[in-house]
Design a protein around this ligand. Structure first.
Ligand code: ADP
Ligand code: MG
Length: 323
């Protein structure tokens, strides 16, 4: 969109008000000039949302603006980082001003809440909408919550109520009926995930490993297990199932959804037993639930068990783009 590319950038991206003191030069030049704190590590992540793969082409643009940033902030949260800056690459089939206006509303509302400044990007024309956002944050050296720190005996925890976004997606495809009282709620969970930034920050020095759940709890916990070279015993009856999930599905199907559907953007993390009390104190101040769901073992693999100790069968661990 060469004719209007620059006016679009000016109108929608450069005009926004938030100005951080560590941005020496923001949108408008060939590059942004950013001032990293000398005593911290820069934490960088990127996520792409592709029309008809990650969202319906007709999806509410305000929700997309929110989600494009939220999924990246969720990665920063999973490292325990404080968010700071973002860059945005947008590929659009046409310059639809109403779409851009609403997209920016969702994006900047979330960015402002976490003090994130959009400092640059690229805007191009292409056959389908592709939204790629990169987020930058900071963390003191040695404090990042990595995937490789879990040890046998550590407790396994999850924030919020995983499975709600998966339920909303299943409902959108007509596979499940969600009762009207929960419909808005679960759609919010799919379209407006809340990045667990506060939770990640309070887990610094408490959690031994962490990951954000984007492709299914079982699959993402599996990444911690692989990186940490450990196994896990997960008690499916301890999973925090939302009222919407239990009202919409029978118990086993609700458990499968909580374990293996994507888009939750909750945190799954491990805590050594000697720091369990610290976690309890920290989690008391969270606006979301924090639930212990199992324990790290030295036997490789993920073992799913019911309360009576019998195995819980799960065919598919989560979402895989190429699986
Ligand atoms: P260049 O051609 O030098 O890469 P562009 O013309 O693509 O520069 O962009 C001009 C300015 O607008 C740059 O500062 C760039 O970072 C910013 N920009 C372009 N697209 C976006 C976008 N979608 N979001 C935020 N900033 C953008
Ligand atoms: Mg360009």
């Amino acid at each position: 969109m060469p004719a209007s590319e620059f006016s679009l950038i000016d109108r929608y991206f450069a005009a926004h008000g938030l100005r951080r003191p560590d941005v020496a030069l923001g949108i408008g030049d060939d590059c942004a000039l950013l001032i990293s704190p000398v005593d911290q590590q820069l934490v960088v992540t990127m996520d792409t949302l592709v029309a008809d793969v990650h969202f319906f082409a007709a999806a509410d643009p305000e929700g997309l603006g929110h989600k494009a940033l939220a999924v990246n902030l969720s990665d920063l949260a999973a490292m325990g980082a404080v968010p700071a800056w973002a860059t945005l690459a947008l590929t659009l089939p046409r310059a639809d001003e109403d779409w851009l206006d609403r997209f920016c509303r969702g994006l900047f509302a979330l960015a402002d809440r976490y003090g994130v400044q959009l400092v640059g990007g690229d805007t191009t024309h292409g056959p389908t909408t592709v939204i790629t956002l990169q987020a930058h944050g900071f963390i003191p050296p040695g404090l990042a919550l990595r995937r490789d720190g879990a040890k046998p005996g550590d407790g396994i925890y999850v924030t919020g109520t995983p499975g709600d976004a998966g339920l909303a997606l299943a409902a959108a495809f007509g596979k499940v009926t969600v009762t009207p009282e929960y419909r808005d709620d679960v759609r919010q969970r799919l379209e407006r995930p809340e990045p667990r930034i506060t939770q990640g920050l309070t887990l610094r020095g408490v959690a031994s490993a962490a990951i954000d759940v984007s492709d299914g709890l079982a699959q993402d916990l599996g990444h911690i297990l692989e990186r940490s070279r450990v196994g896990a015993r997960l008690e499916v009856d301890r999973l925090p199932l939302s009222p919407a999930l239990t009202a919409s599905l029978d118990r086993d199907a609700a458990i499968v959804t909580a374990l293996a559907s994507g888009d939750d953007y909750e945190l799954c993390f491990t805590v050594p037993p000697e720091r369990a009390a610290q976690l309890e104190a920290a989690a008391a101040g969270w606006e979301c639930r924090c639930t212990g769901i199992g324990v790290i073992t030295d036997e490789p693999g993920l073992q799913l068990v019911r309360a009576d100790g019998s195995p819980f069968p799960l065919e598919r661990l989560g979402y895989d783009h190429f699986g």
